[in-house]
Design a protein around this ligand. Sequence first.
Ligand SMILES: Nc1ncnc2c1ncn2[C@@H]1O[C@H](COP(=O)(O)OP(=O)(O)OP(=O)(O)O)[C@@H](O)[C@H]1O
Length: 765
Amino acid sequence: MIRTQAVGVGKIPHPLSSHHSVSLSHFTKPLRFAFSHSFPAVAMSPVPRKRRRRSSKNPSTFLSSSLSLDDNFNITSSSAAVTASSPSSPPPQPEKEEEDDVKRKAPDIPTLFRRFWKVAAPYWWSDDKVQARLQLAAVFALTLGTTGISVGFNFLGRDFYNALANKDQEQFTKQLLYYLGAFAGGIPFFVLRDYAREILALRWRSWMTSYYMERYLKNWTFYKIQSQSIIDNPDQRIVDDLSSFTGTALSFSLAFFNAAVDLISFSNILYGIYPPLFVVLLVYSIGGTAISVFLGRGLVNLNFLQEKKEADFRYGLVRIRENAESIAFYSGEESEMQLLIQRFRSAFENLTQLLISSRNLEFFTSGYRYLIQILPAAVVAPMYFSGKIEFGVINQSVSAFNHILGDFSLIVYQFQAISAFSAVIDRLGEFDDILDNSSSKDLSDPSEEINLVYDDVKSLTLLESNGSMAMDKCQKLLDIENLTLLTPKSKTALIWDLSLEIYEKDHLLVTGPSGSGKTSLLRALAGLWSTGRGKITFSVKGDEDPLLGAAPLEATPSQDTYPGVEQPKNKDSRGIFFLPQRPYMVLGTLRQQLLYPTWAEDVIPVTDGDEPDGTLPFLMGVSTLENEGENPRKPTTDDIIRVLEDVRLGYILSRFNSLDSTYEWSSVLSLGEQQRLAFARLLLSKPNLVLLDESTSALDEANEAHLYQQIEAAGITYVSIGHRRTLYGYHNRRLHISAADPNSTQRNWYIEPINQDTMYNLSKL
Ligand SMILES: Nc1ncnc2c1ncn2[C@@H]1O[C@H](COP(=O)(O)OP(=O)(O)OP(=O)(O)O)[C@@H](O)[C@H]1O
């Protein structure tokens, strides 16, 4: 076993030890496969504490987390057995991914520093900056205190050993008592320093988590990241990388600060004992740092990939959980197993490389550590023999020497942790850049963008209050002008030059062959896609922008994700509602399902009245004040029950006891029931216009007819996408989109009224 020695933030030294062991547990947090064998004295664990703490109830996290090494470098997981017994026919390799991994270059040092600063800085200038800086000052003060105590122990050690060597029992007992007293007085400093640091790291992490989640969910960045595969595993970056980053950044800062203070304190001591020893130490540590940087240069990239591969593996397991029923119906276990093994193997192979690189570095660092162990004693011993110094001074010089060497060798000793931290910085920096500028990857040419506008009906009325035009405009809900729609990235044309107006009670059916671009048209209307040309204008009710208080709607063009597109956060509050093809069930109670998304703030439990100690202002969730007055009156329990009856779902109340029971709704409700539940949401929100994407595809014809009657009776204008003939009966116009011809720019759509003739012709088919 290799023992490490005093580096950075120290623990209370053992009275009989020649050097001081340290606590640098934070250093290892980003290092998923930390090297506990190297640091037995500092209680490092093979898997960082936070990661090990993941709930074993969650099978995916358990399996994934257990991809770790024990002290003997054995893989301690059932997954390892799986790998060993993998079938003889290897699964197909994800070639593109592998290629990307190979192509990936480690970031250069200036990029790393830029990213570190960009990720770390915002918190210290945030609303929480006063608390943050005060706590940081306290941590630094406690760190200074502990360094002072270490220096005191250095002198105590000298006198203690002098008394021992002189066989002076009285002096020895006195020194022993001093030592015990110093322990009693010093321990609280060490404990409180660590506690204060952890608390500050937690506070910082909480702020960062909230800050990143806000930007991730803003402007549909989460959708773009996912649909265009911009970066891997954003969830892992928010959960694991932020946690590692805050803890490690603080630990490293303190360690460097402590090393600087330590250096000054102990240099005096060592220089006072024997100056040449100090010079030898300087040359030795600078040379050692240069060599370890050279040997460990590949570790940053390997750590980056390890994070990614593990997250991919975990995501594979999560997908099995989410799609359990479909996989079970397909009996797809064998394929799933192959896919999982493939991902695990990829993580395993990268880890093997990581271990080889670490081993090579470790050969050097171990030698570096051992070679120097006896040097200080050997150098000063002749002075002791000649009577120039006392015996205790030998111990003092060894202690001071080790302190200073530790300070100088911070990079050598912690290179593996530093490289893992660099990978975390790299991943977070990349994520941060994307969150800041999420439009840059897919929207390069602003002239090739669809212009999406929300016109305020009231302001238009005021503007043109004398003419009949104003009345017409008030009734118009949607105006599409010369819309040419392209797919993002590949820019394949789906719809050419579409112009269309929708007025109140004007129910439009969109038809066309599969893949022609019907759903994509809705994506463009929702603002999710903006590649193409043309203008989409929604006439919305309400005299205030829900996001900006009293500011007029047209005064707020979006500048971030989709330039030129004004993005509402809460579309339904402007009278427009989208029902996607696959109903989305939120996590929570039945009531929350029904209130989503119009009264989304109720999904997040907000503490009222007395806040529990430690609640942070930035973790309060969505403010209820923000949307107050914008959304329709919140439905009462009676309203909700009535609407459930209206969509013929009244019976589920008795089945699931109450509106406030929590279930995995996407599993316990049939697809048709989920679609009816989506209509219940719609009826509660009562928008002016709804865009339905095959929203009744799982329903029988009777239920479909019933739901259309309900929304018609509620005065909601609807645009539906659908293939079924029965849908013609509930609409008065049809937009037919044909598959676009790549060699032509001709219109690939037409609009026709749906009348008795249409119905007659259909019935003959
Ligand atoms: N994120 C994407 N990037 C690039 N192309 C996409 C993306 N999503 C869909 N497409 C392509 O756009 C085309 C239109 O897709 P869309 O979902 O609009 O079809 P649709 O008419 O609604 O089909 P269906 O009736 O089968 O639901 C398809 O060829 C599809 O493969």
